[in-house]
Design a protein around this ligand. Structure first.
Ligand SMILES: [Zn+2]
Length: 315
């Protein structure tokens, strides 16, 4: 089993994922169930969904990782605060994730969210949290209503450049009450050009917008693609064949393995997912061994730079 890092995870907790976000996801799920004739009410779907989000200290996630052979994962903490009511402030979430990391040493990196509309105080808070909790990167969620090349993000990117922090940018579809237009991957282009020393990872871009994201990754040395969410994207009928096509594009030095747990939860959990990728007949068909190792972990270490190695929680 090669070293396996999951570049895109969330703690499955109602403390960190706003109820509104879950209600949006539940509504889509309910529509699909309804079309199949297995409808239950939106409230019941939401209640079931919320019940799956009670892993407040990531104990269950770590158990899943152990079973699946995932050595380490990046925990993403998006900032939904200006668009949705959140149970905790960004600073409280940063502290809680720091505690989670201390509880499970050597298992997690943490990327904290930001929103350019928080102004200079937001930038100061970001630096403060990075410093206090030794955070590993910036997580952006443009569907909250801004472009990832927004001028208001440049001070954040300067901090990232100075501290060698990568930036993870959500792209593609999301919760129904958020904006889809700012989630287009091409919007990262200006920022990626202006901050060539900062690594940008396009979340889900190995699944959605593959052509555009692929040419960005091929031609911008600092742009990478994440495949998070592959098992739960309804417009991709066969994620195994989809990933295999992606892994034959000549981009295997620029793609990181990510699950978007718990959103990509399948029956059988993380281990079934990982098993299908690593040992299944389709995903890695024709992909050389060296490139598999890059996809499963090596590329994430490149993205993380010096933070990759032994892990910042041990420094
Ligand atoms: Zn995610």
């Amino acid at each position: 089993m090669p070293t396996l890092y999951d570049a895109h995870c969330h703690v499955a907790s109602t403390d960190f994922i706003p109820r509104r976000f879950m209600a949006d996801v539940a509504r889509n799920v309910q529509r699909r169930l309804q079309a199949r004739g297995t409808a239950s009410s939106p409230d019941r779907v939401l209640a079931g969904y919320a019940a799956q989000h009670q892993d407040h200290q990531a104990d269950r996630l770590v158990r899943e990782m152990d079973l699946a052979g995932v050595d380490r994962a990046v925990l993403m903490v998006p900032d939904f605060g200006l668009r949705m009511e959140c149970p905790l402030t960004l600073e409280e979430m940063a502290r809680r994730h720091h505690e989670i990391r201390s509880r499970h040493p050597g298992r997690f990196w943490v990327f904290i969210g930001a929103d350019p509309r928080r102004g200079p105080e937001g930038v100061r808070a970001f630096e403060r949290m990075v410093e206090a909790y030794r955070l590993d990167g910036l997580k952006l969620y443009p569907p909250c209503g801004y472009s990832p090349s927004d001028d208001g993000l440049y001070p954040y990117y300067e901090v990232c450049a100075a501290r060698s922090l990568p930036v993870f940018v959500h792209t593609g579809p999301t919760a129904g009450s958020l904006d889809y237009a700012p989630a287009h991957p091409l919007l990262i282009d200006r920022a990626a050009r202006d901050f060539p020393s900062v690594n940008f990872v396009l979340g889900h871009a190995g699944l959605t917008h593959v052509d555009i994201a692929g040419y960005l990754a091929a031609h911008r040395p600092n742009v990478y693609l994440d495949i998070g969410g592959f098992a739960s994207t309804p417009t991709i009928p066969d994620w195994r064949a989809h990933l295999n096509r992606l892994f034959r594009l000549g981009l295997n030095h620029k793609v990181v393995f990510g699950t978007d747990w718990p959103l990509s939860r399948l029956a059988g959990g993380l281990s079934r997912l990982v098993d299908e990728i690593v040992h299944g007949p389709t995903v890695f068909a024709g992909v050389p061994r060296r490139e598999r190792e890059l996809l499963l972990g090596g590329n994430l270490l490149t993205v993380l730079g010096a933070r990759g190695g032994s892990g910042s929680d041990r420094l």
